[in-house]
Design a protein around this ligand. Sequence first.
Ligand SMILES: Nc1ncnc2c1ncn2[C@@H]1O[C@H](COP(=O)(O)OP(=O)(O)O)[C@@H](O)[C@H]1O
Ligand SMILES: [Mg+2]
Length: 362
Amino acid sequence: MALSRLSIQNLRNIQAATFEPCDRLNLIYGPNGSGKTSILEAIYLLGRGKSFRSAYSRRIVRHEQPELTVFGRIFSADGRLHSLGIQIKEGRFRAKADGAFEQRSSGLAALLPLLLISPDGDKLIKGSPRQRRRFIDWGLFHVEHEFLSIWQRYNRLLQQRNALLRRKRRDLLQAWDNQLVAAAERLDQFRRGYVDSLAHQAQQFLLRLLEFEGIEFRYQSGWPEADSYGEALRTNLDSDLKAGFTQRGPHRADLGMRVRGGAAAEVLSGGQQKLAACALLLGQASVFNQGKRENCIILVDDLPAELDTHHRHAFMQLLYSVGGQLFVTTTDRHLLELDPFPEKRMFHVEQGRVTPEKEDGD
Ligand SMILES: Nc1ncnc2c1ncn2[C@@H]1O[C@H](COP(=O)(O)OP(=O)(O)O)[C@@H](O)[C@H]1O
Ligand SMILES: [Mg+2]
């Protein structure tokens, strides 16, 4: 799918902007503070129902204004036209998909799947396991339609088990555990399968961006490998009762990444970690695009500025090769060599105003 029109009102320094992106590369350029990231934030709000910059939705609304709205027109691969609209008013978030209120962010994500590559993307490498679980689960949510219900089921059962642990109801636990184990094992299978395909895809990007043999990926279940989950729960029961919560399980899983025998977060330089994170995200986009008839949208915030010319160029080529609609922001459009990309549109941003650039060369 692709956004064919985007309208933004009162989002940060953008008072009103409407523009029509092309289906492939959209380059958004302008000086610092002009509103480039805010445009990506608007698109992200449509597809994810939240910002990637502010936990408080009030902060996103333009100062002194009562409400923010973002509206997107979306073309899906089957030729259908959809609309997505969001509003933030008095701290309340409301979304409409095709004219009907949409409460769930999963509903937005299904209509507008998008990935963000941002300067702090290296959190994926050096951040907490939770970030990597989210990353894996985002990918699965889009490629396995059963995944969301299994994930929700697991989390519901886990909360119920934790409530029993807090109340020291050892007598009631067994009945819950059987169901929890079934959901956990299914979740684990999904994630393992996904990490296999992801690692396979990411490896080719790693080779191109990092010029070395790659990263060894290993999914860690969140309980000792030698045991089944049922055994792990039994072995740990006394300790869980003491702690008052379940200490092992898919909610503790992680994606291990090793380079030449050491943890990637320790072996790779800061710049290499950013590139590795890019490779993982591009890998995720590839898995998505190959598994579905639709392509996901990729938002790239400011990344090219941090890379040297060679890596910037390699990154842009790989990004374009993944397919789908792309939004890339940069302060200096001349940093990017754009000739190799036939389908593109450029937008200049200045003090919150967005102006499409005339197609050059014709
Ligand atoms: N709630 C707000 N209302 C008005 N302006 C804001 C608000 N939040 C941030 N800004 C301003 O919006 C501008 C655009 O920021 P940003 O999109 O990050 O710019 P860029 O990515 O082009 O550097 C900044 O100058 C910032 O100070
Ligand atoms: Mg920015």
